[in-house]
Design a protein around this ligand. Structure first.
Ligand code: 1HE
Length: 267
């Protein structure tokens, strides 16, 4: 079996919980968790390994007052990269973020403070986003003379629509509070700590069967990239495997003998 050793990581703090939930924290608060190449490589390594290492769910967090300030602008400035160099940087970002989105392990982002630029690209690769009262979202690339390179044109446009994304990057518009939830930038907003809520949600997700979570956190994203015809076919194949898994039989039996919880409206 594949194992993950937290001591192999310097940019990320890895904190495995007893129930199979791992807290993964961007750990450069003095740089507002800006994404340098080393951080992106650690994200690639972790999210490439997690699906095979028994990780049941991930809470993705940022240390300090801000979730993530996006691309490490100082590293980018100092490196004075060629177009080809920066293309390869972006491809590593995509490697990391695609491993997150398509890896099959639920990722819940616990957000606070700035979720900007590449930080929003990272957050939008998670399956669930939880914000607190300090969280704000922006795409400052337009003002910095830059463009998004970590998937915002795909994932942020998916979350809020093309026109709103264009407005965000063109005008430097900031979204926060309930409006951000209403638009789809986050699914949850809390009065207290986004970490507490994210951990609660990750634990709940981790109670699902791993193969079911694999389908939810991989197949749904893949299917979005297909024609309706191929999507229906792929969904059928996945359902064929997931809905006949031996581990599901006990859950079906519990429904049949009326010991399983029924679906009821919220209190
Ligand atoms: C950084 C970065 C960074 C902070 N790269 N070092 N992203 C941005 O344009 C966001 C730029 N950052 C900010 O707007 C602010 O720093 C924050 C709102 C995130 C935080 O503000 P604040 O007042 O708490 O911190 P600060 O004083 O601005 O920064 C503290 C330190 O973090 C300082 O370093 P120091 O060594 O002088 O102490 C900053 O330089 C450092 N820092 N943000 C590098 N981003 C694949 S394409 C993706 C395109 C993009 O992501 S564009 C980036 C958009």
């Amino acid at each position: 079996p594949v194992t993950i050793d937290p001591r192999d990581y310097t940019r990320l703090a890895l904190d495995p919980q007893e129930d199979g939930v791992w807290i993964v924290t961007l750990n450069r608060p003095e740089k507002r968790n800006a994404l340098d190449l080393a951080t992106v490589e650690e994200l690639v390594t972790f999210f490439s390994t997690a699906p095979r290492a028994g990780v049941k769910a991930v809470v993705l967090a940022g240390a300090g007052q801000h979730f993530c300030a996006g691309l490490d602008l100082i590293e980018h400035h100092d490196a004075d990269r060629s177009p080809a160099d920066f293309m390869h940087v972006c491809l590593r970002w995509h490697e990391a973020f695609n491993k997150m989105e398509y890896g099959g392990v639920p990722v819940v982002a616990a957000l606070q403070g700035a979720v900007v630029g590449g930080g929003l690209e990272l957050a939008s690769s998670a399956h669930v986003r939880v914000m607190d009262q300090t969280t704000y979202f922006a795409l400052p690339e337009g003002q910095r003379g830059l463009f998004t390179g970590g998937g915002a044109t795909i994932r942020v446009a998916d979350l809020i629509g093309k026109a709103r994304m264009i407005d965000m990057i063109l005008m430097g518009r900031v979204y926060q509070g309930q409006e951000a939830v209403d638009l789809g930038l986050a699914q949850y907003i809390v009065e207290g700590s986004s970490m507490d809520k994210a951990l609660e949600l990750a634990r709940r997700a981790a109670e699902n069967l791993p193969l079911t979570n694999f389908a939810i956190c991989s197949a749904i994203s893949h299917v979005q990239n297909m024609s309706a015809l191929d999507a229906a076919y792929a969904e059928s194949v996945v359902a064929g495997i997931v809905n006949t898994q031996p581990d599901a039989r006990a859950r079906l039996a519990a429904f049949a003998d009326k010991s399983a919880a029924r679906v009821r409206p919220n209190e």
